[in-house]
Design a protein around this ligand. Structure first.
Ligand SMILES: [Zn+2]
Ligand SMILES: [Zn+2]
Length: 264
């Protein structure tokens, strides 16, 4: 029986010690398993771990995984051991599935500010280390879709039906998931040079994310970053325009001043 399938109460002392050790290792180095997979260029393991956050298998995230595994190895081993404290930076040029492959593998995420999202709609990512002269930009070749179609001939027709036209029932959706899995695991077996081009250059990186003080909005009472306030009010209460990252990219929004207070 697989030891991982055994409930905690059925474990013997040795198994409990091993589990404790695993948790302790994980606490000391949360990305340890990922880092090992990146060093070993174990694409399948990186893809599976990426799907934990992405939610499905697809060629887009698989391309993000491959671009990141190769990009980090090209930058050198010190870049791989990123701790998400903004020394390793990723500049991603799309917010499609590709971006989740980048976030998962590189550990540069929206929340740790090591990810820069450049709203260009290009399947490309640049990795760079602060203080170092050169970065690497990896871009997907324009004819990548023929490689995807070879890996899974049903993928694009099913995507058209299920995603674009919002047609098809449970059976088509299941078939689409299966085709996505087939395409993703097919793509990662292809040679890197067939799918990508690499450029080396000095990247333009933003400053470290500022640590800003927080203030309490005098209308709604919520805590706000001081840089996101106008006259002591949050943008929402002030009726100020703001920006939002959504499916179509970075979009300017007009906030409507709430007509009635939601305070009770
Ligand atoms: Zn996807
Ligand atoms: Zn407010």
């Amino acid at each position: 029986m697989d030891s991982e399938m055994v409930g905690l109460s059925e474990m013997n002392t040795e198994q409990i010690f091993a589990e404790d050790r695993r948790i302790e290792d994980f606490k000391q180095n949360p990305r340890g398993e990922f880092l090992q997979a990146i060093r070993e260029k174990d694409m399948a393991r990186c893809l599976v771990k990426t799907a934990e956050i992405h939610g499905h298998f697809c060629p887009g995230s698989a391309l993000g995984v491959m671009a990141s595994v190769h990009g980090l190895n090209l930058l050198g081993l010190d870049s791989i051991s990123s701790d998400g404290l903004e020394d390793l930076m990723a500049v991603v040029e799309t917010n499609a599935c590709f971006a989740d492959g980048v976030q998962a593998v590189s550990g540069c995420t929206l929340g740790n500010n090591a990810l820069v999202y450049r709203d260009l709609g290009r399947l490309a990512v640049t990795f760079a280390i602060r203080g170092k002269e050169t970065g690497v930009r990896i871009r997907v070749q324009p004819d990548f879709s023929s490689s995807v179609a070879k890996a899974s001939p049903e993928f694009y027709p099913l995507m058209e039906k299920v995603i674009k036209n919002r047609e098809g029932g449970a059976r088509e959706k299941a078939a689409f998931r299966k085709a996505g899995r087939q395409a993703a695991f097919g793509v990662i077996q292809l040679p890197f040079d067939e799918l990508f081009a690499v450029e080396t250059f000095r990247p333009l990186l933003p400053e470290y994310a500022p640590i800003t003080e927080s203030i309490v909005c005098s209308n709604c009472g919520e805590m706000i970053m001081a840089t996101k306030t106008v006259g002591g009010l949050c943008f929402m209460c002030a009726g100020e325009a703001y920006r939002q990252v959504e499916g179509r990219g970075i979009v300017a929004k007009e906030s409507e001043r709430p007509s009635a207070s939601t305070k009770s």
